[in-house]
Design a protein around this ligand. Structure first.
Ligand code: B12
Ligand code: SF4
Length: 485
């Protein structure tokens, strides 16, 4: 029986990896003495399978259903079968448990209720049928716990505001991440060999001008989990759920010199071989060269660098001055230092500085000749509604004109040009790139080995995965584990 159920999913099967938010909240609610069940991967089930899960887990005692899809409902979205099920699933949950409070949380909660002109009739119809009882923005541990106490024990309601008719509950009391003992539970149904998310700290010490993450520019030592608690969690997750693989949710995993060293130290004594992927800052490898050795030794099997551009002016424009001089040099250095030991991905942004298609093309050509395994362009995202990043707040100063929510124009290019080119770059080169980081872990989740991935490419692995119905089998394994629990 569950007092609280959290429904979640991403909807892109190429990155079928779990989202931490719902599990973090579920752990915290359980820690505080309530029963909480996460229902994951809902997007991928048949309607009937979803109903079987609702029947088993959403019972009359269930008083709150949280919904946290890790998917943006906007048009830059990748629905695996072209269907936006966000609203249909919300409506199903409400229909199944009309007595329960339905609340939204997680990164893309605000997207679900944004009055989006692109919302199709089908979705708009479902949205109109559902009363959303509250929307949680920001860190949810303490605000949601207060809400749980309000609903289950008639304690005071957490502070809220009303926006566009929705009750919005924001973080008032930040969570003590330093003391966080988050672990997975047996009823999270972690599958054998599955990679799960883990968090070492909250917030990022850097301040890139395009970044839409609110928690940036923090002090170096704030918001770090204690290394002893990380060790405890790794051991507990291994003993209780057999977990040996992780995708680290930190924006910059190597941002703390001493922490990285201590982590390397504890990994040597773990009762299993740890493998993990993470976002790594290349400039920090330069400043703290011991990381070149200790990161792979501590289990870093693949990493992503936010390179953004190989053009010096663009690097300076976004606040990555080091990259202006060093990106190419260091990428080549890593080809030699790490080779295939750490599978490397670089993310790039189309729409920076004075760059046009020709510059993006030249960068793409450079990567084709390099030893980097994966590199991919995304258009620059600027959202007038979000108004979070330095670019968004000072668009004119940086030469951008935000036309509507995320379309912008600049002297040298436009959002649409950047988007079309980025889509072309990824699609036209998928047979030449090796899946890395989240894409790699997602493939390992469905049974591919690291060696198979390294010796193949996106296209061939995708075909094999589809022909062998591996996504379907994975989802079915999760379903069976949940239904037979
Ligand atoms: C890891 C990650 C990814 C991974 C996700 C893999 C996975 N399954 O975990 C990948 C690479 C796939 C990814 C993809 C994308 N991501 Co991303 N991602 C992140 C990252 C770094 C960590 C997310 C995380 O796990 N955080 C840790 C958890 C514990 O924190 P949290 O999610 O905030 O959860 C808290 C609250 O949200 C809330 N909460 C969460 N769930 C619930 C549930 C309930 C019921 C309640 C009440 C509360 C609640 O409480 C939690 C605890 O305090 C964040 C940045 C960040 N540091 O958060 C960016 C971030 C969320 N991503 C972002 C973006 C833009 C994307 C993409 C759209 C990029 C793209 N253009 O393709 C895609 C979208 C994916 C999709 N399916 O549509 C942006 C969002 C911007 C915004 N403000 O909306 C962020 C902030 C990055 C940034 N710097 O701008 N991402
Ligand atoms: S882009 Fe990454 S490194 Fe830069 S401020 Fe944002 S989270 Fe930090």
């Amino acid at each position: 029986m569950s007092d609280v159920v959290i429904a979640t999913f991403g909807s892109d099967p190429s990155r079928l990896v779990r989202y931490l938010g719902p599990y973090q909240i579920a752990w915290w609610i359980r820690e505080n003495g309530y029963n909480c069940q996460v229902l994951d991967f809902l997007y991928f089930f048949t309607k009937d399978q979803r109903h079987q899960l609702y029947k088993k887990y959403i019972l009359p005692e269930t008083k709150i259903i949280g919904f946290a899809p890790f998917i943006t409902t906007k048009s830059n979205q990748n629905y695996s079968n072209g269907k936006n099920l966000v609203y249909e699933i919300l409506a199903e949950l409400k229909e199944h448990a009309p007595w329960a409070k339905i609340v939204l949380g997680g990164w893309f909660a605000h997207d679900v209720i944004l009055t989006d002109p692109t919302l199709d009739h089908h979705s708009a119809y479902y949205l109109s049928k559902i009363k959303i009882d509250a929307l949680f923005l920001g860190e949810g541990e303490n605000s949601f716990l207060e809400y749980v106490k309000y609903v289950l024990e008639k304690k005071p309601h957490p502070p809220f505001t009303i926006t566009n008719g929705y009750k919005v509950i924001k973080t008032t009391n930040p969570f003590d991440i330093q003391g966080c003992r988050m672990v997975y539970a047996k009823n999270d149904f972690i599958l054998p060999g599955e990679s799960v998310p883990m968090e070492f700290s909250r917030g990022c010490i850097f301040k890139c001008n395009f970044c839409q993450y609110p928690n940036i520019g923090k002090d170096k030592d704030d918001f770090n989990k204690s290394i002893d608690l990380i060790e405890e969690a790794l051991i507990s997750n291994y003993e209780n759920c057999g977990i040996t693989r992780y995708h680290m949710a930190d924006d910059t995993f190597n941002s703390h010199r001493e922490r990285t060293k201590s982590f390397h130290n504890i990994v040597q004594h773990l009762p299993f071989d740890l493998e993990y992927i993470a976002y790594i800052r290349m400039d920090l490898l330069d400043i703290w060269p011991e990381q070149l050795e200790i990161l792979p030794e501590s289990g870093l099997t693949s990493c992503q660098f936010g390179v953004e551009s190989l053009n010096s002016e663009s690097c300076k424009q976004i606040g990555k001055g080091w990259g202006a001089k060093n990106h190419k040099k260091w990428l080549s250095k890593l080809d030699n230092e790490w080779g295939d030991k750490v599978i490397r991905a670089c993310s790039l942004i189309a729409g920076l500085g004075k760059e046009t298609e020709e510059d993006w093309e030249a960068t793409h050509e450079w990567f084709l000749e390099s030893g980097t395994h994966d590199w991919f362009y995304q258009p620059l995202f600027l959202s007038g509604a979000l108004n979070q990043s330095v670019f968004e707040k000072n668009a004119t100063e940086y030469g951008y004109k935000i036309e509507n929510d995320y379309h912008w124009t600049a002297e040298h290019t436009t959002f649409m040009k950047a988007k079309v080119w980025s889509d072309w770059q990824r699609n036209s080169s998928w047979h030449l790139r090796t899946p890395a980081v989240w894409n790699m872990m997602a493939l390992m989740n469905v049974g591919f080995t690291r060696e198979e991935i390294l010796n193949s490419n996106y296209r061939d692995l995708h075909i094999k995965r589809r022909e062998e119905e591996r996504t379907k089998k994975y989802i079915l394994d999760y379903y069976n584990a949940a239904i037979n629990y």
